[in-house]
Design a binder for this molecule. Structure first.
Ligand code: FMN
Length: 173
């Protein structure tokens, strides 16, 4: 087990996985815990997570956006979805759960990649596709999917040198 900061530093987006490597049940359970223990505004806990191991379903999900191809060869897709009627902070809640998952995955020595689903441009329609594939009700929005698997290659951890400290302000902007 790494320190939390070490897991954050070594976490990278992985897009190339050993195809369909089997994840252990405890690893999936840790992903669930990481998501469910995330903070949520007003403690409303509106973020739902859908765990998709099935290869055929993952293949369909991988085609739901132009930037999701890695999901086909991953081991698991975690889809984060919430009903905006239940909380004005659904996006923040789902993002907090997503980041917790990414850090836990890095800590377990696996790889992951955040895949955008929430529509910014209506033309793409990825939310409709994901809702249809997984039977998510119409009044739920889909923030993202997270591809999880065994990376084919190690990726260089983040370094001190690459940190853009000009974004850091002391006391006032
Ligand atoms: C909100 C958000 C959406 C992202 N969407 C995608 C995506 O659709 N497909 C993808 O391959 N990576 C996606 N990424 C991953 C970023 O490209 C990645 O975090 C960034 O390039 C920095 O690399 P690193 O994660 O290895 O530090 C997304 C990341 C965030 C935070």
């Amino acid at each position: 087990m790494k320190s939390v900061l070490d897991a954050i530093r070594t976490r990278r987006s992985h897009r190339s996985f050993v195809p369909d490597a089997e994840l252990e049940d405890w690893q999936i359970e840790n992903i669930v815990k990481a998501a469910l223990w995330a903070p949520s505004a007003m403690h409303y806990e509106v973020c739902n997570i859908i765990l998709v191991r099935d290869k055929e379903t993952r293949k369909e999900l991988s085609l739901a956006t132009p930037y999701a191809l890695m999901i086909e060869n991953a081991s698991l897709a975690v889809v984060l979805t919430a009903k905006p009627d239940e909380s004005d902070w659904w996006m923040e809640d789902c993002s907090a759960a997503a980041e917790n998952i990414l850090i836990e995955v890095a800590d377990m020595g696996l790889g992951a990649c955040w895949v955008q689903v929430r529509e910014i441009s209506q033309e793409l329609g990825p939310e409709d596709k994901v809702r249809e594939i997984l039977g998510i009700p119409e009044d739920y929005r889909v923030l993202c999917m997270i591809a999880v698997g065994l990376p084919k290659k190690e990726k260089k951890a983040h370094t001190e040198e690459e940190m853009n400290r000009s974004r850091v302000h002391m006391e006032r902007f």
